[in-house]
Ligand binder design. Structure first.
Ligand code: NAD
Length: 517
């Protein structure tokens, strides 16, 4: 810790955010309700303990729920543009803490500092989006079939929204949900990943300050900590009408059934198995940049990471060679050092999964063209650094059908028309992100057509990763079907009410039904 803390300003960042070594063994004000067992957070960057957090017990959870429920009564009647102003202040506060929070994200999760900054920028962007939205929570008006009647719809907040998030976007996903939910008039309870609890506390400290300055209760934004057992407090709680859950498909299936069992709503953002189709008309230089960033960015731990490259046989060898050359340039190491491209995996369990996937693909007949392996020695003491690898494979290999959360890129060759590539791309259970690299308009349009990509995100001449605020984000099939962050995603955080008002002295019935007394 000492060396990295000194060299990269981690200590100052933790101090600024009020987390980490400073509050070892105790909880911060913003985690005040939690009294459970201690959760330790180790950095995958250097293996050092960053801080300890108390987990939330069932008794603590009841206190949190009471605080949230009370806060909702006040928050829901505050005009939406005023709620938007609180979100604006939160965005401003994030701007002030961008570097510190970006560093914490990098140090606790392991993504590059640049990507850490990018994640905080996404939080700022969603705040800006939500501020505008706070004046646009529109419903429709309809013409009634009955004379002297007016019909319209309006949106009311749902209540307490539960947010469960994954380790790989330890701060942004929370804000994608909360910034929208808050302007909609909901209050939120967040359970961050047990692998990145300090990021949760840091965010909570920032919003808590904003709420306190505005004399608003902290119950508007609540934090609970722990693993799936703490998540279950929320999924089983009938007082939570909506659970937004981001994580693995395995988790999503459990959460979906639990919440559906009580007829609650879910917004699910689950695993992906994203592909780029490279056609004979692709710009190879752009393809290589997009594919390499997509495959090795965040060490292959983005839900939108590029896992499969489906390359036409006419350009296959050229693309393969360009990728091999590009991978030679990759520097793997401390993600806070901006000369490195690839940081560590989140923990040693993730390293095990990487190793298992590599051995499986070899067993299935895959040909390794860029060697993988676990790095050891100076700078790699955490045991979490692995080499990005490229394997030639077949689309129907069992392992290729799975999302392995690591920098493993499968090259798949296709021949014939773009339809065959689209068929390969769609032939997996996940449906998050997809892309085509082509300068051929017909191929691009075919890819985007109803017979094209079946994913929630389909890009032309950019890679699969790196979504921006504004578009609705999410995917189909086993990715869960949720949409968040942009477009009309706000509607899931509200309940729709249809209102019919009669301003006459008659009471005509709909459909002309006669009922005379
Ligand atoms: P994970 O499924 O292990 O955990 C995610 C969260 O769910 C954690 O907070 C965990 O504690 C909680 N959880 C797990 N089981 C639960 C249960 N039964 N009840 C309630 N909560 C439960 O995922 P992870 O390893 O943290 O993240 C990686 C996964 O997340 C990948 O599959 C990735 O694709 C996916 N992901 C998807 C998106 C998206 O937008 N589609 C974004 C980020 C990550």
């Amino acid at each position: 810790m000492e060396a990295i803390a000194a060299d990269f300003g981690i200590k100052q960042a933790l101090e600024q955010l009020g987390v980490g070594i400073l509050n070892e063994g105790s909880s911060t004000g913003s985690n005040a309700f939690s009294t459970g067992e201690i959760l330790e957070s180790y950095s995958p960057v250097d293996g050092h303990l960053i801080g300890k957090v108390k987990t939330t017990t069932k008794t603590d959870y009841e206190k949190v729920m009471t605080a949230a429920t009370e806060a909702f009564k006040l928050w829901r009647v505050m005009p939406a543009p005023q709620r938007g102003d609180i979100v604006r202040q939160f965005g401003d506060r994030l701007r002030k803490n961008k570097e510190a929070l970006g560093k914490l994200v990098s140090y606790e999760m392991g993504k590059s500092y640049q990507e850490g900054l990018g994640e905080v920028q996404e939080m700022i962007d969603i705040c800006d989006f939500a501020v505008g939205l706070s004046r646009q929570l529109h419903g429709l008006t309809m013409h009634s079939e009955r004379p002297g009647h007016r019909m319209y719809e309006q949106y009311h907040p749902l209540g307490v929204v539960g947010v469960i998030s994954a380790f790989n976007f330890p701060v942004a996903v929370w804000s994608w949900n909360t910034a929208l939910a808050w302007v909609c008039g909901d209050v939120c309870i967040w359970k961050p990943s047990e692998k990145t609890p300090l990021c949760g506390i840091a965010c909570q400290n920032i919003i808590a300050e904003v709420l306190a300055e505005n004399n608003l209760p902290e119950g508007i934004s609540c934090l609970i900590n722990g693993d799936y057992r703490v998540g279950e407090f929320m999924t089983r709680d009938t007082r939570i009408p909506l659970i937004s859950a981001t994580g693995s498909t395995r988790m999503g299936k459990i959460v979906a059934q639990e919440v559906a069992g009580r007829l609650g709503k879910t917004l699910l953002e689950l695993g992906g198995n994203n592909a780029i189709i490279v056609t004979p008309d692709a710009d190879i230089k752009m393809t290589v940049i997009g594919a390499v960033f997509g495959a090795v960015g965040t060490a292959g731990q983005r839900c939108t990471s590029t896992r499969r490259l489906i390359i036409h046989e006419a350009v296959y060898e050229k693309v393969k060679q360009a990728l091999v050359d590009a991978y030679k340039q990759l520097r793997i190491g401390n993600p806070l050092d901006e000369t490195n491209h690839v940081g560590p995996l989140i923990d040693v369990d993730a390293v095990d999964m990487y190793k298992k996937a590599l051995s499986k693909v070899k067993d299935e007949g895959g040909q390794v063209i860029v060697n993988g392996g676990v790095l050891v020695g100076e700078g790699y003491e955490s045991g979490c650094y692995v080499k990005p690898t490229i394997v030639e494979a077949q689309p129907d290999f069992e392992i290729v059908q799975h999302e392995t959360f690591a920098p493993i890129l499968y090259l798949l060759k296709y021949s014939g028309s773009v339809e065959s590539a689209i068929a390969i791309q769609n032939n997996v259970v996940q449906g998050l992100s997809s892309a085509i690299m082509t300068n051929n308009l017909r191929e691009a349009e075919r890819f985007l057509s109803v017979e094209g990509s079946d994913c929630g995100i389909a890009n032309v001449n950019i890679g699969t990763s790196g979504a921006e605020i504004g578009g609705a984000f999410g995917g189909e099939k086993e990715t869960g079907g949720g949409r968040e962050s942009g477009s009309d995603a706000w509607k899931i955080y509200m309940r729709r009410q249809t209102n019919t008002i009669n301003y006459t002295t008659e009471l005509p019935l709909a459909q002309g039904i006669k009922f005379d007394l």
